[in-house]
Design a binder for this molecule. Structure first.
Ligand code: CA
Length: 330
């Protein structure tokens, strides 16, 4: 893969994974849009990410009670909207308001806020967007993809999209096939083949298999991985899947992996900047590596600054990275 990229660069042909940029550095995936600057997953945050030059813009996807995929990180609404004020009595027994219990019209009536702690009302990231309005609304996946497509045409710079299927098994248990609904929207916008600028991502290995083997998705696919040795939902054996054998198994279905930064760089102490073998092992298996999440206001202890963080990850050989701050790296 990397040899191919070098050859294409020498021939003056851009590499497909880095649209519009014949640059040797890793590309940017705007994590929840330009979420360092505007409330996450709003259309404003997606537009700003495009303007800041992100090569890809992320959409986490959940679904309304009437079956419309919407762009939100959580399966609940409590940490990013005013749902508790607007819909008293609509929480489940655990006190939380679930997206899948609300129609799209109800979801559209909510105001989206900068992420906060529902217990205290305090912002999760103190220095981020603090404006009193304008009112931000929840976007559908369809709207977000339409926005990126429109900006691609009006700017002449083609950014890609990077949707994530959230809590697939949980949604199936609620009686809704989120992956099938997402694939339908992607296909309507022309995403579905390896040539289209779209990576579909999921943490659940069972769902990644289902996307390829049962639902027939043929586009780029990324297995997200957690740190540590826990076996996550969807029978995702993180420790095994990070081994050379696990990576070779993954490569039968996926194009890349999305591990946390700590699985790329780190060691026995939080100050360690040792480069781990994961990127080299993944590349040997033919997989790209897109770590998450770079935050200028929440750096690993080993990084002296945001540019240092990007530089060390680039030295480790990553292909792209999720960042809350697209456009910030010098
Ligand atoms: Ca995500």
């Amino acid at each position: 893969m990397r040899a191919l990229r070098c050859l294409l660069l020498l021939l003056g042909m851009g590499f497909a994974a880095a649209p519009g940029a014949v640059s040797a550095g890793p590309f940017e995936i705007a994590h929840r849009g330009a979420s360092g600057y505007l409330p996450e997953h709003t259309l404003a945050a997606a537009a700003m990410a495009h303007a800041l030059g992100a090569e890809f813009i992320e959409q986490d996807v959940v679904i309304s009670s009437d079956g419309i995929p919407v762009v939100l990180h959580d399966v609940t609404l409590d940490a990013t909207t005013d749902v508790a004020d607007r819909f008293p009595g609509r929480a489940r027994d655990d006190g939380k308001h679930y997206v899948v219990d609300f129609t799209l019209a109800e979801l559209k009536s909510l105001e989206v806020r900068e992420r906060f702690d529902p217990e205290t009302g305090e912002p999760v990231f103190a220095g981020r967007y603090a404006g009193e309005g304008p009112v931000f609304r929840i976007a559908t996946l369809d709207e977000s993809l339409a926005l990126v497509g429109g900006l691609n045409r009006s700017t002449g710079r083609e950014a890609g999209v990077y949707p994530e299927i959230k809590s697939a098994a949980w949604h199936l248990a609620q009686g809704v096939d989120l992956s099938a609904a997402v694939l339908e929207v992607l296909a309507r916008h022309g995403y579905g083949g390896k040539e289209s600028l779209c990576y579909l991502q999921c943490f659940e290995y069972d769902e990644v298999k289902r996307l390829r083997d049962e639902l027939g998705y043929r586009g780029r696919l990324v297995q997200l991985l957690s740190g540590g040795d826990k076996v996550d939902k969807g029978n995702t054996d993180n420790a095994f899947l990070r081994t050379p054998a696990g990576l070779r198994e993954l490569a039968r279905r996926v194009d890349g992996i999305g591990p946390p930064i700590g699985e790329i760089v780190g060691g026995d102490s939080p100050e360690s900047r040792a480069i781990k073998p994961l990127v080299a092992d993944a590349h040997a298996a033919g997989l790209e590596v897109h770590p998450y999440t770079l935050r200028a206001d929440s750096l690993p202890r080993w990084a002296s600054g945001y540019d240092d963080l990007v530089a060390v990850l680039a030295e480790a050989g990553i292909d792209g990275y999720f960042t809350d701050f697209p456009g910030l790296a010098k």
